[in-house]
Design a protein around this ligand. Structure first.
Ligand code: HGY
Ligand code: MN
Ligand code: MN
Length: 411
């Protein structure tokens, strides 16, 4: 029976489009930064939908949300799915929320079919996966899996100094459930956020691994001075220093091609005045590679580049590595369950390594875990034009349903 039930793709699509109205931007994307009022509104809608689907809803102390559908065996840990509700400032309608609402669709489908699983089923929404407002990324699934302690998680502050703990209280999502519990298996469905599946006309990505990441914060301090009378040779221009390191970061990515990624996406210039030589610049660096040793080489190259530029331009420098998430191999049995579900549905699929980080990366430390990818248009994400087709959205959720059901039986 369970291998013939089909998710309701139209219902999933309309839920996605309904949710996309919350934080909608003029260009068709969403801006739902973690723990803002917009994030709260989306959370509230998700909680309402979970309750309407008969779930009991639990919020833990990091604001992670769990919608639970009981099974025959309350003694068994839940088979869990989920992703994140928060977005990038210029985010899309699918990144994260697709995985959350696919989990809800799995529950809605089981309700329609009157199927009682052995293990409970849970759909989760993890706080601040993006790491955009509060760094680092995946911090709440990180606390759940023991990578960070609770105090570290709650004390993460945004650039205005507001902490996650304060903001959770403010929006009413400072739950009282402890952070962390047994999980029988975890599956996350997500758009690929890159071009591989679309280029190869594949419907499903069977995610075997996720690449490693290192995040840094760099501050260069020179000296503010007048843009007119100050001779070029005597300047201590912090922005020139940042510019040279930004070029070096790109070079580090290219030097470790084809798999390395290297990005500077955040820069703050002080005093940011057109006719004052910048005295201080703060910027963030994001290095990634699937191989840990290569990622370490990229780390070393960055440190050399920062030191050389600081010396050449007579700048004081502060370089802090604020986050290291090693490459993640997902659970072979869970990966095989995803592959079997794709094959059972005759869906074109391929194994793939995730270029992006996901909550599944950290949950894999405490539960057998794997991911399901679907293509996104042009491989574009973290962009308001992010798009996916209703067919692919439904296909990914169908694979999710079948992979979860396989693990939800008590055998
Ligand atoms: O940065 C990432 O890979 C994810 O979108 N947080
Ligand atoms: Mn995501
Ligand atoms: Mn993202």
């Amino acid at each position: 029976m369970t291998d013939t039930i089909q998710i309701n793709g139209d219902r999933l699509w309309s839920s996605l489009m309904e949710m996309a109205k919350i934080g909608a931007t003029d260009k068709g994307g969403v801006c739902r930064l973690a723990l803002t009022d917009v994030d709260k509104a989306a959370r509230d809608l998700f909680v309402k939908w979970c309750e309407q689907a008969g779930c009991t809803v639990t919020i833990d102390r990091m604001g992670n949300i769990f919608g639970r559908r009981e099974g025959k065996r309350a003694d068994l840990p839940p088979v869990m799915t989920g992703s994140h509700i928060d977005s990038q400032p210029t985010g899309g309608k699918f990144d994260g929320i697709y995985g959350v609402l696919s989990g809800l669709e799995v529950i809605r489908t089981l309700n329609d079919a009157g199927i009682e699983t052995d293990a409970p089923i849970e759909v989760s929404a993890w706080t601040n996966e993006e790491g955009s407002r509060f760094a680092p990324a995946m911090v709440s699934s990180g606390v759940f899996s023991g990578v960070f302690d609770l105090e570290y998680g709650l004390s993460r502050a945004d650039l205005d100094g507001k902490t996650m703990g304060e903001e959770l209280e403010r929006i009413g999502y400072a739950g009282d459930a402890p952070v962390g519990k047994p999980v029988r298996a975890f599956f996350e469905v997500h758009i690929e956020q890159g071009p591989i599946l679309e280029n190869e006309s594949k419907t499903i990505g069977v995610v075997t691994d996720a690449q490693g990441q290192r995040w840094y914060e760099v501050t260069f301090t020179g000296q503010e001075a007048h843009a007119g009378p100050t001779p070029m040779a005597t300047r201590r221009d912090a922005l020139l220093g940042a510019a040279r390191v930004i070029e070096a970061v790109n070079r580090i990515g290219l030097d470790h091609a084809p798999l390395a990624c290297a990005t500077v996406g955040l820069v703050e210039v002080h005093p940011n005045s057109r006719n004052t030589i910048p005295g201080r610049v703060f910027f963030a660096v994001d290095l990634r590679h699937p191989n840990d040793e290569t990622l370490s080489k990229m780390d070393a190259a960055l440190r050399v580049a920062v030191a050389d530029v600081a010396q050449a331009l007579n700048l004081e420098t502060e370089l802090n590595e604020i986050w290291y998430s090693p490459p993640v191999p997902f659970d072979a049995d869970c990966v095989a369950a995803v592959r079997r579900a794709a094959e059972a549905n005759g869906m074109a699929h391929r194994d793939i390594v995730s270029g992006a980080g996901h909550d599944a990366c950290y949950i894999s430390r405490v539960a057998p875990t794997s991911m399901v990818f679907i293509p996104c248009e042009g491989g574009i994400s973290h962009n308001e034009i992010e798009n996916a087709t209703p067919e692919h959205v439904a296909a990914g959720c169908q694979v999710l349903l079948q992979a979860m059901l396989e693990r939800a039986q008590a055998t």
